[in-house]
Ligand binder design. Structure first.
Ligand SMILES: [Zn+2]
Length: 482
């Protein structure tokens, strides 16, 4: 994500205050919920959360979603979404039932073709009664209808639409507004997305377009993502878009710009979107092979207040003069955040710090200041005692995921590491990280361990000073500052 500096939280659609008491209560409730089996040996329900300490209801226990087949209809003037999703679900425990994350009203649930009982323990959870054995795979079909713009959860109202256009983009929560999901980056899945809308509208989503069929006044567009994806990175947009596509070094690309944007601005937006293949090509030279089989971008006329790294096809607000930097950021996320996702949300600096560092790397390889000069400038701009150094960026808390320090101090950490261990070890580290964990997840501990392994140095003190201590790191050689 790229918020607009310098007040990213104020501009985030999903930001809200959260009391420590409410968080502790949620953690406590999650801990008290039944595990996969009871003491008497009978099967229980899978847990309500996958175990993320920041968002105890995100994801679910006992299941692994392998594929989503989403069939949504969206009527823009009425803002009405209806449809069904068929999930291919593998049980990882023997269960009496399991849960999905979803916010819209549900009409029916079928498991392997048979209607089953279901309930809503709270607004975010869909509890499905279906006995499943560990290791078995099931087709779970959920039918639903409702107004996603009328739905909020935990202070978030993430539906972004007017009567001309809709784009589903947010982080860390978006899926539950338009399809039932195991909504956590630890459970990635492939996806087919079929969206039915008025026939005059374009529908864009992740991956590659498979087909479009017109039926009466409506049309259904089918998009396919063949590489596993975290649910929040799935998106669709519907509206009037200028669409361009092609292939660059064998990589298919497709970009789209809303026709709701005034024409002069729209032309600039399209010029920026058309730079996508070249930026991806540059990133491949830095980081190794692009992790997905298509790329692109979409500029919306709506005003999300941020850009987002939707897998294969980031979505952007109308970009100004710093537009290329934002594109570098979102496209760098294809490696850091999308292909290698966070293990838990507290690891967010691995996404945002790396994407911010790649902005600085782009600048230094395109005739602007070196990344070390960028680091030292920020270091000098934020003196000892500045609030900039207060945040533990390796554990910022759920209300501070997208704070400016997570980006800047995170990015500075990587450049300082580069200066300390040298270019050779540093780039071997980044390339090993995205290569070895391609399509998976990684935590701060994993990254710190790999950095130590690749460099052969004890970096414990370095990472403590740069990520965690509530103070400006000392200006030392060990901290990458001399
Ligand atoms: Zn970002």
């Amino acid at each position: 994500m790229t918020p607009r500096p310098p007040a990213p939280l104020a501009l985030r659609a999903g930001s809200r205050p959260r009391s420590v008491a409410a968080l502790l209560l949620a953690v406590l409730l999650a801990a008290l919920l039944p595990g996969p089996s009871r003491a008497d040996g009978t099967a229980a329900y899978g847990s309500e959360g996958i175990g993320d300490p920041y968002f105890p209801l995100d994801g679910n226990g006992g299941i692994d979603v392998q594929h989503y087949d989403v069939h949504d209809s969206y009527l823009l003037p009425e803002r009405w979404l209806s449809g069904w999703t068929r999930l291919t679900v593998r049980a990882t425990d023997t269960l009496a039932g399991f849960q999905l994350d979803f916010l819209l009203p549900v009409q029916q649930v079928l498991v392997d073709g048979t209607p089953v009982d279901w309930s809503r323990p709270d607004a975010h959870e869909l509890r499905i009664t279906a006995a499943v054995d560990a290791g078995s795979t099931h087709e779970v079909l959920v039918r639903y209808a409702g107004r996603p713009d009328a739905v909020g959860w935990d202070g978030e109202r993430n539906w972004l639409a007017d009567s001309h256009e809709v784009v589903t983009m947010n982080q860390p929560h978006m899926a539950a507004w338009w399809f039932p999901a195991d909504d956590h980056p630890q459970d990635k899945a492939t996806m087919d997305v079929h969206v039915t809308a008025a026939r005059g509208l374009d529908v864009i989503a992740n991956g590659r377009r498979v087909s479009r069929s017109v039926h009466g006044r409506l049309a259904t567009t089918h998009w396919r993502s063949v590489e596993p994806m975290a649910p929040y990175l799935a998106f669709f947009a519907a509206g009037h878009f200028e669409v361009r596509h092609g292939s660059d070094h064998g990589l298919p690309w497709l970009v789209a710009v809303s026709e709701q944007i005034p024409s002069a601005t729209r032309r600039r937006s399209m010029r920026l979107m058309l730079r996508t293949p070249a930026i991806v090509h540059w990133l491949q030279g830095e980081l190794g092979r692009y992790p997905f089989s298509s790329t692109g971008g979409l500029t919306t006329s709506l005003s999300p207040g941020f850009a987002l790294e939707n897998q294969t096809r980031p979505t952007y607000p109308v970009l100004g003069s710093a537009g290329v930097t934002t594109e570098v950021h979102e496209l760098a996320h294809q490696w850091f955040g999308d292909s290698v996702a966070v293990q838990d949300w507290r690891d967010i600096w691995l996404n945002e710090g790396a994407a911010t560092f790649m902005e600085a790397r782009y600048a230094e390889t395109h005739g602007r200041e070196s990344a070390q000069a960028w680091l030292e400038g920020l270091y000098d701009d934020n003196p000892d005692g500045s609030a900039f150094w207060d945040l533990d960026v390796a554990d910022p808390g759920p209300d501070h995921l997208f704070d400016w320090q997570v980006y800047q101090r995170g990015g500075m950490t990587l450049q300082a590491l580069r200066h300390r261990i040298g270019d050779d070890a540093f780039w071997r580290l980044l390339r090993a990280w995205v290569h070895d964990r391609r399509g998976g997840n990684g935590s701060t501990e994993d990254f710190v361990a790999l950095a130590g392994q690749v460099s052969g140095e004890d970096l414990t003190g370095f990472f403590q000073a740069w990520l965690r201590d509530p103070a400006r790191p000392a200006r030392t050689r060990a901290n990458g500052l001399r």
